[in-house]
Design a protein around this ligand. Structure first.
Ligand code: ADP
Length: 225
């Protein structure tokens, strides 16, 4: 599904990625670990077409992300859901409205919204907090709203950049259980994390980045940095 072919990314004062080659198959759950500055966020930005490689190519299925017509980028991005450390919810909208807003933007009908939003909130265990504003939710609950929003348009790929970085260990493990459920339904997941416990409990593939290089690619990974 995702193929990095000898990708290098050079910023004016840093080489963020160097000769990075790997493939993520459809249905995989891959974690990316590495020290701060190792290149994790840069790698995700390449997939989201937020930034371009200095050399090399990135493919989403057969689409060469950085060579494709710019008009095709929104369609590509709609195939990807994303979740971030800082949740990025709209503060003046309820949990329900935050998710519905994304569906409206994707051109979905009122009927679909009325059917799908409660279902997504149930999936993340927030069926009873539909009408709460973000300020009325805990960090873990906010992240669960963000996850429901990220998957509401049924993306093929879910990208999560340090999704548990602001959460306590219990909330973090609840979030990971939700990711597992989403992956079991068939969504490919790429997750970055610093959390050794999460990696060890997942027991799934781990790519370790070190100063822009892939230092390890372990099938049933442990956290080794
Ligand atoms: P990580 O997510 O693993 O912490 P990043 O991908 O954010 O690492 O950063 C990798 C390297 O690239 C770092 O040295 C960082 O300072 C540099 N970098 C990242 N983004 C930019 C940017 N927009 N401009 C200049 N340097 C950047």
């Amino acid at each position: 599904m995702i193929y990095f072919d000898k990708v290098t990314k050079v910023y004016p004062n840093a080489k963020a990625l160097e000769d990075v080659t790997f493939t993520v198959e459809s249905g995989e759950f891959v974690s990316i670990v590495g020290h701060s500055g190792a290149g994790k966020t840069t790698l995700l930005k390449m997939i989201l077409a937020e930034d371009k490689p200095s050399a090399g190519q990135v493919f989403f299925d057969s689409i060469n992300i950085h060579k494709t017509n710019r008009r095709d980028i929104p369609r590509l991005r709609r195939r990807i859901g994303s979740v971030f450390q800082d949740f990025r919810l709209l503060p003046n909208k309820t949990a329900y409205e935050n998710i519905a807003f994304t569906m409206v933007a994707a051109g979905r009908s009122d009927e679909e919204i009325a059917l799908d939003v409660p279902h997504a909130l149930e999936l993340v265990g927030l069926g009873d907090k539909k009408w709460n504003f973000p300020s009325e939710l805990s960090g873990g609950e906010r992240q669960r709203v963000a996850i429901a929003r990220a998957i509401i348009n049924q993306p093929d790929l879910l990208i999560a950049d340090e999704p548990t970085g602001n959460l306590d260990p219990i909330a973090a493990s609840e979030i990971i259980e939700i990711f597992k459920k989403i992956n079991e339904i068939g969504t490919t997941i790429i997750l970055t994390t610093h959390n050794k416990k999460i990696i060890d409990s997942l027991g799934r593939r781990v790519l370790t980045l070190d100063q822009g290089h892939i230092a390890r690619d372990d099938k049933d990974g442990q956290y080794v940095i």
